[in-house]
Design a protein around this ligand. Structure first.
Ligand code: AMP
Length: 410
């Protein structure tokens, strides 16, 4: 079923046709008619499903249908990170290129002056992070009195990042009579509680089972000792000739250290995390997209919202402390129908983190060893505080007997 059945205006159809979109994705098929119908929406959609167009297209359609209100700030999209804000703004710009609407973006880390000038000139759509939006509200450089459409994009992450107080303050400054849309990759009690205060009789849309990873991503775990992870990472990338690999670490220091070591291994790598300037993050990201660097090491927060067409490989150098982050991480690949590979490097200390991930996914992920990088079972058992040597020997035989290929454990 093509886009023509969705009753979107011709300027939007022209823009998305130019983007090469032929069919609406499942979330677009469900969300666009509901949003055009002025309903509130609560959508469980992970990144890569086409969720941005699912809210951007019907919002643009509604704004373009009321030219007499042009120049009033009528649509606000809140995102947890600058990168996602940029991504969403870019989508609005490209989908809305033939509509006579203006938009701007407001996030921290860059000068507020240009944003103030843009807002003064009058805009229809604003994409913002909560902190910077509050700065504008406090300074009086923005008014939310005319907001008709409000979107929370990646609401789960906004709550994880502690934005709830900011969100409540922002909500007080906008009309109660409005359309509200909440998009979240994962759902827990905090999201449901937020949704109750935000949404009015919402339509619930779920395109994938909640809390499941994108089905087109092939997930594998390589068991390895933590002190050999860097070597294994470089080996995988080099021996399999992977290009454009996004690697996740838990800490900013770990992120920098890994990127440095991988450069020494001959793999052009850069790191992005919250301590890097906005300019440095943007430069690293565009070099990665252009293929000038082969690997990008990122922390969870910095990587949010990164949208790279055809990104095929994600490596979880360390498993995340928050199990839901695993879903966000692997959602960077396998986007909009393309296939992806997500590798997690698991040291024995991380077994409890894997259990949490598997419980959120409600599935088990195959574990393998790469020959030459087999974990030292003495360490594994030391970690488990188990000194039973017969058990060790049985496990050793199971793990390392047989041929020389990588081996499945489950
Ligand atoms: P999102 O989930 O919004 O981050 O979108 C993921 C990717 O899917 C982006 O690169 C979009 O350009 C692309 N996309 C969105 N909708 C469609 C569609 N109907 N057909 C093909 N690609 C799409």
């Amino acid at each position: 079923m093509g886009f023509s059945t969705l009753n979107l205006n011709q300027n939007l159809i022209k823009a998305i046709t130019q983007q090469g979109y032929q069919e609406p994705t499942p979330i677009q098929l469900e969300a666009i008619p509901a949003i055009l119908n002025q309903q509130d929406v609560m959508a469980g959609a992970q990144t890569g499903t086409g969720k941005t167009a699912a809210f951007a297209l019907p919002i643009l359609h509604q704004l373009a249908s009321a030219p007499e209100r042009q120049g009033k700030l009528r649509a606000l999209v809140l995102t947890p990170t600058r990168e996602l804000a940029q991504q969403v703004a870019k989508s609005f710009e490209s989908y809305g290129q033939y509509c006579d609407l203006t938009m701007t973006i407001a996030y921290g880390g860059i000068s507020i002056k240009n944003q103030v000038d843009a807002l003064k000139a009058g805009v229809d759509i604003l994409v913002a992070t909560p902190g910077r939006l509050l700065d504008h509200l406090v300074k009086g450089t923005i008014s939310l009195d005319d907001i008709e459409h409000l979107v929370f994009d990646e609401a789960d992450r906004m709550l994880d990042m502690g934005f709830i107080i900011d969100i409540k303050r922002i909500l007080k400054r906008m009309p109660e009579q409005r359309q509200t849309m909440l998009f979240s990759a994962t759902f827990d009690d905090a999201i449901f509680n937020l949704s109750k205060t935000l949404l009015n009789d919402p339509i619930l849309i779920e395109v994938n089972d909640r809390n499941t990873a994108a089905s087109q991503v092939q997930q594998t775990i390589y068991c390895v000792d933590s002190d050999r992870k860097r070597e294994l990472t470089s080996y995988l990338i080099g021996s399999r000739n992977w290009q454009q690999v996004l690697i996740f670490t838990r800490t900013k220091q770990g992120c920098d250290a890994l990127a440095k070591e991988m450069c020494k291994d001959g793999i052009k790598t850069q790191s992005i995390h919250g301590d890097k300037s906005q300019g440095a993050r943007e430069r690293a990201l565009s070099e990665f997209k252009e293929g000038k660097i082969r690997a990008l090491v990122a922390t969870d927060v910095a990587a949010r919202g990164i949208d790279i067409d055809q990104l095929q490989y994600v490596i979880n150098y360390e498993l995340p402390y928050i199990a839901e982050d695993y879903i966000h991480r692997i959602g960077r690949t396998g986007r909009a129908g393309s296939s992806g590979i997500a590798i997690s490097l698991l040291s024995s200390e991380e077994n409890y983190l894997l259990e949490a991930v598997e419980s959120v996914l409600d599935t088990r992920i195959a574990q393998e060893w790469i020959p030459g990088f087999e974990p030292d079972l003495n360490k594994v058992f030391d970690n488990k505080n188990n000194s039973n040597s017969a058990q060790k020997k049985r496990a050793n035989d199971r793990a390392f007997g047989g041929n020389n290929k990588s081996r499945r454990r489950r």
